[in-house]
Design a protein around this ligand. Structure first.
Ligand SMILES: [Fe+2]
Length: 352
């Protein structure tokens, strides 16, 4: 099985102060087709690990000078990701401290091998550890690709919306940034903050399905046109229906026009029936909308907007979120918003 997975010559660094054991290890490894490099102490082992980036390190637990544990912790906490990812097999004697060995497994040590060990035992452990490392690496690559693909899709959707309706594209960016600021002030987790931000970016994505004569009408909508416009929450929700792990974002898209008192649409949810992430985006959406020029009205000043939001707190908006918004506006810089949102997508792109 090992040849199928380990089809390249792999370099193993053997760090042990016992020259006889290193010699036996060298013979075993080279016969099995591995490259071998030996180190007689922890300092030399660390130096060679940094210079050569071996595929695996066999590390004696008890050594004079820097111990195996210190070497492992240095590697596991290194700034160099390749060193952090290098699998380490600790070589221990029966009398060594087993609690400490368990602690090292918890810190990411790949395995430990009890001395004395035989040729086959050594090779089995090495093969298994390298196969596991290869699978982990493949998983990391797939995760990065999935994240890049997702970010590309979000970019494409926002670009489409911006082509159709320049205002909504820009408004989505502004809403996302303000919603993120509110979510941080409300101490949401990083994952929740990411969902709030994505919800802000995508909340009006369903407007792609609304006719331009309604979407860009330079006057108030008739009741019939308003009924059509309201469909955007369903179009958006349906667009995200097949995307996994997007439940929070879908709820934002579907419910961002619900009112705190139950007077909104589409489901007439009220108060905490509306998820907090959605209530945050609703307030951010309203703020940015009121402070922007629209075809049918001029923008409102910040002071007038705050006055109106406060007047609608407890009716249309979550009163706590409105007050958090007022606090945040003191240090919120709208001029930086657009570049920040581009950075957010870049951050998602590189975070994986
Ligand atoms: Fe909307």
């Amino acid at each position: 099985m090992s040849e199928q997975y380990l089809n390249k010559r792999r370099l193993v660094l053997f760090v042990d102060d016992d020259p006889e054991l290193r010699k036996l290890g060298r013979v075993s490894l080279e016969r099995a087709g591995y490259g071998y490099i030996g180190a007689s102490n922890g300092s030399e082992g660390l130096r060679l690990a940094r210079e050569l980036y071996p595929n695996l390190i066999l590390l004696d637990y008890m050594m004079p000078g820097i111990s195996g544990k210190e070497v492992f912790v240095t590697l596991a906490t290194s700034d160099d990701e390749r060193l952090r990812q290098t699998p380490v097999v600790m070589l221990t004697a029966k009398h060594d401290n087993h609690d400490e060995q368990r602690e090292l497994l918890g810190l990411g040590m790949a395995a430990y091998l009890c001395k004395p060990f035989g040729h086959h035992e050594l090779l089995n452990v090495i093969d298994n550890v390298l196969i596991t490392a290869q699978i982990k690496e493949r998983n990391r690559t797939l995760e990065v690709e999935a994240r890049q693909s997702f970010v590309g899709t979000v970019r494409a959707m926002i670009t489409l919306l911006a082509v159709k309706d320049g205002y909504t594209g820009e408004h989505s960016n502004m809403t996302a940034d303000l919603a993120e600021t509110l979510a941080r002030r409300l101490n949401l987790s990083e994952e929740e903050i990411m969902h709030v931000k994505l919800g802000g970016l995508l909340h009006d994505i369903g407007k792609i399905g609304i006719p331009e004569c309604i979407l860009c009408k330079p006057a108030c909508l008739t009741p019939e046109e308003m009924a059509i416009m309201r469909q955007h929450v369903h179009y958006g929700e349906q667009a995200l229906a097949g995307v996994p792990h997007m439940e929070t974002v879908r709820a934002i898209v579907k419910h961002h026009h619900e009112w705190w008192n139950g007077g909104g649409y589409p489901d007439g949810l009220k108060e905490t029936e509306i998820p907090l992430a959605t209530r945050i985006v609703t307030v951010a959406d309203a703020y940015d909308s009121m402070t922007s020029d629209r075809p049918y009205r001029r923008r409102l000043s910040q002071a007038t907007t705050i006055e109106r939001l406060r007047a609608a707190a407890g009716i249309q908006f979550d009163p706590v979120v409105v007050e958090i918004l007022v606090e945040c506006l003191e240090d919120y810089d709208t001029e930086q918003t657009r570049s920040l949102n581009l950075k957010f997508l870049d951050h998602l792109h590189h975070a994986a």
